[in-house]
Design a protein around this ligand. Structure first.
Ligand SMILES: O=C(c1ccccc1)c1ccc(-c2nc3ccccc3n2[C@H](C(=O)NC2CCCCC2)C2CCCCC2)cc1
Length: 233
C-alpha cells in the first residue's frame, strides 16, 4: 500500500501555494457588481477588461510564489503565463460563479452573465464548465493547486524546456492526488474528475478569441496587458 499521507515537504509546498492564492485575491468582487446592476454590453466589456487585467496581475504574483517557478528559464516563465492566462481566468470565473450564495443570487448572476454581450453559442459550453466545477465543491487548497497545475502545463507554445515544467507539475499532481483522496474519501475517481475539468477548460479557452471578437458591440478596447495576453488588436 503506497504511502498516502502528505509528507512534510508536500505540506510546505501546499502551504506556500494556498497562502499565495489567498494573498492574491481579485481586488473588486465582480459578482457583487453584477448582482447590483444590469449593464450594457459596452459597460460589461469594460468590466471584463478591468477584471481580466487585474486578474492577470494577480496571476503573475501568484505564479511567482509557486516553488520552483522562478528557477525555470525566464522565457519559459513568460510562455507558461501567456499560455495559461485565459484558462486561469475561466477557472477563476467558475470559482466566482460557484461560490456559496443564495440560489436567487446565483440565478441573477447567471442571468447577468448570459445577457452580458457574450455570443449565445458560447453560453452552453461556458456554463457547462462552470456547473461542472461547482459540482466538485473544491476546497481552497484544491483550487489553488489546480490553478498551479494549469499554469505548469509543459505543452504550452514556445516552451523550450518542457521536462523542467513537467517535473514541477508532477510534484503538484502528486500533492493534489493525495489531497483528493484525503478530502473526498468516498469518491474514488474525484482526482480523475478534477483533471478532466482541465481538458474541458482547455477546450473552452480555444474559443476565447472568437468570444472576444463577437462580443455584441463594435470597437472593442483592450488594455496593453490584455493585447499581449489575449493575442488581440
Ligand atoms: O468571453 C469571455 C472571455 C473569455 C476569455 C477571453 C476573453 C473573453 C468571458 C470572460 C469571463 C466571463 C465571466 N464569467 C463569469 C462568471 C461569474 C462572474 C463573472 C464572470 N465573468 C466575467 C468576469 O468579469 N470574470 C472575472 C472573474 C474573476 C477573474 C477575472 C474575470 C464577467 C464580466 C462582465 C460581464 C459578465 C461576465 C464570461 C465570458
Amino acid at each position: 500500500k503506497e504511502k498516502l499521507e502528505i509528507n512534510r515537504e508536500q505540506r510546505a509546498l501546499m502551504k506556500a501555494i494556498v497562502d499565495a492564492y489567498n494573498r492574491h485575491q481579485i481586488p473588486e468582487d465582480v459578482a457583487k457588481k453584477l448582482l447590483q446592476d444590469q449593464y450594457s454590453p459596452e459597460e460589461n466589456f469594460l468590466l471584463l477588461t478591468e477584471m481580466a487585467t487585474s486578474q492577470v496581475q494577480v496571476l503573475v504574483e501568484f505564479t511567482k510564489n509557486i516553488p520552483g517557478f522562478l528557477s525555470l528559464d525566464r522565457e519559459d516563465q513568460i510562455a507558461l503565463l501567456k499560455g495559461s492566462a485565459v484558462e486561469a481566468m475561466f477557472l477563476r470565473s467558475a470559482q466566482v460563479f460557484s461560490r456559496k450564495m443564495p440560489t436567487e443570487h446565483t440565478d441573477v448572476l447567471e442571468e447577468r452573465v448570459r445577457k452580458s454581450g457574450i455570443p449565445d453559442e458560447f453560453m452552453t459550453p461556458m456554463f457547462n464548465f462552470y456547473k461542472s466545477i461547482g459540482e466538485l465543491h473544491m476546497v481552497q487548497e484544491e483550487q489553488a493547486i489546480l490553478t498551479a497545475i494549469t499554469i505548469l502545463t509543459p505543452d504550452r507554445p514556445y516552451v523550450k524546456d518542457p521536462q523542467a515544467v513537467e517535473r514541477l507539475q508532477e510534484t503538484m499532481l502528486d500533492v493534489l492526488r493525495k489531497l483528493c483522496v484525503l478530502q473526498h474519501p468516498q469518491e474514488q475517481q474525484y482526482f480523475a474528475r478534477l483533471l478532466g475539468r482541465l481538458t474541458e477548460l482547455r477546450t473552452l479557452s480555444h474559443y476565447h478569441s472568437e468570444m472576444l471578437a463577437s462580443w455584441r458591440m463594435n470597437d472593442h478596447k483592450f488594455t496593453p496587458l490584455l493585447c499581449e495576453i489575449w493575442d488581440v488588436q
